[in-house]
Design a protein around this ligand. Structure first.
Ligand SMILES: *Cc1c(COP(=O)(O)O)cnc(C)c1O
Length: 368
């Protein structure tokens, strides 16, 4: 026996100041804590239309096979995805959310003390996953609210193993364009793997925003990450995928747990992929709602970052206070202090009536 107070002496020292990921507040929690049952959640960039109906039907039809292990290699889903994307099945890897693929990449490529270059104000998971393997996380400042790819390239040193970029970028919503991206790719040494997290790429409507798939090559250490959590409405099911050189993905495949993507997630993802109507409705709703929110927020005199994603970063003064006040009125958004934006909130596009409720409550809370 050792005293409970000594447990921490057993833990690897680099885990001492690792803090748990802070997720958006679940609706159930608000109901429990404040007794608000009809709250609106616009905090986690989820799909306001709900899950793809075809995915739901596929789940219903497969419930009675739950006593069977899933296909460890997700053969059918990979076939569908490879056709959909125009790449080979070996150039795909599936994960329990795209987060998991990022974790596999970090574990496969970043040694203790190795460097990961990303940007300031980036997705919290990037820093946490790096810290978990004892890597050193470098945050390159943004230029205003935009990624500065030239500065990212300059931050790469011989110790750098991984560069993590997110386009469109959470939480600013901004996106970099083809020309900067190509220049950036060409300037990198071949010892560095680039991860392009495209969680929000389906919402981008500027044709000059590059899609990583166009740059997929067996000779380039580039891995793109996509998810079924946002545009396909399956965040609760946990499924995402990565595409990249087959040789690199084969190593990730050795590292992953054999049944990382469950049965229902596999069939639901296949069905969601075929649900082109749902995807089209989602994109339309998000792009229209984004325009309405941006216009109305600007009308209120608030600064809004130009967004190619399904959310907006809004400067409101005291982000935490606004977040808490809005919570009491049944609107869950995200305060951005942990992302290094104490004066901002992030709100995702909801249904038209949810957007209106958000605007009404924000106006009220800010006294505008
Ligand atoms: C939502 C999000 C993801 C998706 O994560 P999943 O694990 O696939 O749910 C990935 N990256 C960023 C930046 C995100 O905001």
């Amino acid at each position: 026996m050792i005293p409970g107070s000594a447990i921490s002496s057993l833990i690897l020292p680099h885990l001492e100041d690792l803090s748990p990921y802070q997720a958006g507040k679940p609706l159930e929690e608000l109901a429990r804590e404040l007794g608000i049952a009809d709250a609106v959640k616009l905090a986690s960039n989820e799909n306001p239309l709900g899950p793809s109906p075809r995915a739901l039907e596929a789940i219903r039809q497969n419930l009675d096979t739950l006593h069977r292990y899933p296909d460890s290699h997700a053969y059918y889903l990979k076939q569908d995805l490879s056709r959909h994307l125009g790449i080979r099945p070996e150039q795909l890897i599936l994960g329990n959310g795209s987060d998991e693929i990022l974790e596999l990449l970090v574990r496969a490529l970043v040694p203790f003390g190795g460097a990961v270059v990303s940007t300031d104000h980036s997705f919290l998971m990037y820093g946490l996953l790096t810290q978990a393997v004892g890597g050193v996380f470098h945050r390159v400042p943004l230029a205003g609210l935009h990624l500065d790819l030239e500065a990212v390239a300059q931050a790469v040193t011989p110790d750098t193993r991984l560069v993590l970029l997110n386009n469109p970028h959470n939480p600013t919503g901004t996106a970099f364009r083809r020309r900067e991206w190509e220049k950036f790719l060409a300037s990198l040494p071949t010892t560095v793997t680039v991860v392009l997290d495209e969680a929000y790429i389906d919402f981008a409507d500027d044709p000059d925003v590059p899609h990583g798939l166009e740059y997929l090559s067996e000779d380039r250490p580039l891995v793109g990450l996509r998810t079924f959590s946002k545009a396909y409405g399956l965040a609760g099911l946990r499924i995402g995928y990565g595409y990249g050189p087959s040789q690199l993905l084969a190593y990730l495949n050795r590292l992953r747990l054999p049944f990382n993507v469950n049965r229902l997630a596999q069939v639901a993802a296949q069905a969601a992929l075929s649900d082109t109507d749902f995807l089209a409705r989602t994109k339309k709703l998000v792009r229209q709602g984004r325009a309405v929110l941006a216009r109305e927020l600007s009308r209120l005199g608030l600064e809004v970052a130009p967004s190619q994603a399904n959310f907006l970063l809004v400067k409101v003064g005291q982000g935490q206070q606004v977040y808490k006040a809005m919570l009491r009125h049944g609107v869950i958004i995200r305060a951005m202090d942990e992302y290094g934006f104490p004066e901002h909130i992030r709100v995702n596009v909801g249904l038209p009536e949810e957007n209106q409720k958000f605007l009404r409550v924000l106006k009220n809370v800010l006294g505008l």
